[in-house]
Design a protein around this ligand. Structure first.
Ligand code: AVJ
Length: 315
């Protein structure tokens, strides 16, 4: 039943994105390519790390405020989750929603999505689950969906992976997707102490490092490159000026990498920029959202104000 819209973004997209990214003066690869099956599993492991506070903090916020959130969603809503992953967070909401018309989890990792959707259907037999394998950063086709008030559920501070211009485009797309009067429950990670942030992306078990390096493993496997992942060091730091965690893979040595007929040279210490994770101020974010046609209505946070879940409505 999965709409294989990913077929419109097959290997050629991955290949051309990687080739283009590695050809920049600051080499880079878009962070969405972390999430092959192995990467999705590694990310799941990250969410359970003691240092990685966002997932459990957001879950706590969802758990504590699920009734109020479900009330905002309203009866018979059509819930669309972007970057749905393991489909665990939505359960708190589903348990409180008043007869949702359908639940549409959207994720790039098709195998992972299908598996997670099957597990969800087991636990929610009455729920109409319509999984959609698609890259929501591109224009994607929605399958035939029941007519209902639409609510986008976009947790995890996934929006933090987009630079401000892309994030604005995404907010505009969400506003259009839900339509006038539609809503959006959005998780954002908040600005805080550098040490807390940097520990979250430099865990002592090295899972984040493995997650980062898996990108090279995937490029080798799917694009036939000859990266030596062990020759790249995981590096993550908070760029306070730009309010973002940056992740890089730093070449330990001068080396040459082949990708098809292309050759990429690395100086010792040269990096591939693999991810940005923006950290926000609620008021600033609300202002930007308003400019994108989606108005801030309410926010819920944890007592330490590490993370926030926002309720926005399209106007
Ligand atoms: C999935 C985007 C929320 O930015 O914190 C976790 C991804 N990268 N550790 C984040 C991630 C490294 C994560 N998001």
């Amino acid at each position: 039943m999965t709409n294989t819209d990913l077929a419109s973004c097959p290997t050629e997209c991955f290949q051309s994105d990687v080739l283009a990214g590695l050809s920049q003066p600051q080499k880079r690869v878009p962070s969405k390519y972390f999430y092959d099956a192995a990467g999705s599993q590694l990310f799941d492991a990250i969410t359970r790390l003691p240092e990685y506070y966002p997932t459990r903090t957001e879950l706590g916020i969802l758990r504590a405020n699920a009734v109020a959130m479900a009330e905002r969603c309203g009866p018979h809503c059509l819930l669309i989750e972007l970057g749905a992953g393991s489909l665990n967070k939505v359960r708190w909401l589903l348990d409180r929603l008043d007869h949702p018309a359908a639940y549409v989890p959207v994720d790039v990792s098709e195998d992972y999505l299908v598996e997670a959707a099957a597990a969800l259907v087991d636990d929610y037999p009455a729920l109409n689950v319509i999984p959609l394998a698609a890259d929501f950063t591109r224009r994607f086709q929605l399958p035939q969906l029941p007519a209902a008030r639409r609510v986008v559920f976009f947790p995890g501070s996934t929006i933090g992976n987009f630079d401000p211009r892309q994030a604005d485009l995404l907010l505009r797309r969400i506003a259009r997707l839900v339509g006038l009067g539609g809503g959006c429950l959005l998780g954002i990670d908040l600005q805080k102490d550098t040490s807390v942030l940097e520990q979250a992306y430099n865990d002592s078990a090295g899972v984040t490092a493995a997650f980062n390096r898996n990108l090279l493993v995937r490029i080798n496997r799917e694009l036939g490159a000859d990266f030596d992942p062990a020759a790249f060091r995981h590096c993550a730091f908070y760029n306070r000026k730009l309010s973002r965690i940056e992740m890089h893979l730093v070449s330990e040595i001068a080396q040459r990498v082949h990708l098809g007929r292309y050759v990429f040279d690395f100086r010792a210490g040269e990096s591939i920029h693999t991810e940005n994770s923006y950290k926000y101020d609620i008021g600033e974010f609300a202002g930007r959202a308003a400019a994108c046609g989606i108005r801030f209505d309410n926010s819920w946070t944890d007592p330490r104000e590490n993370f926030a879940v926002l309720w926005l409505t399209a106007n």
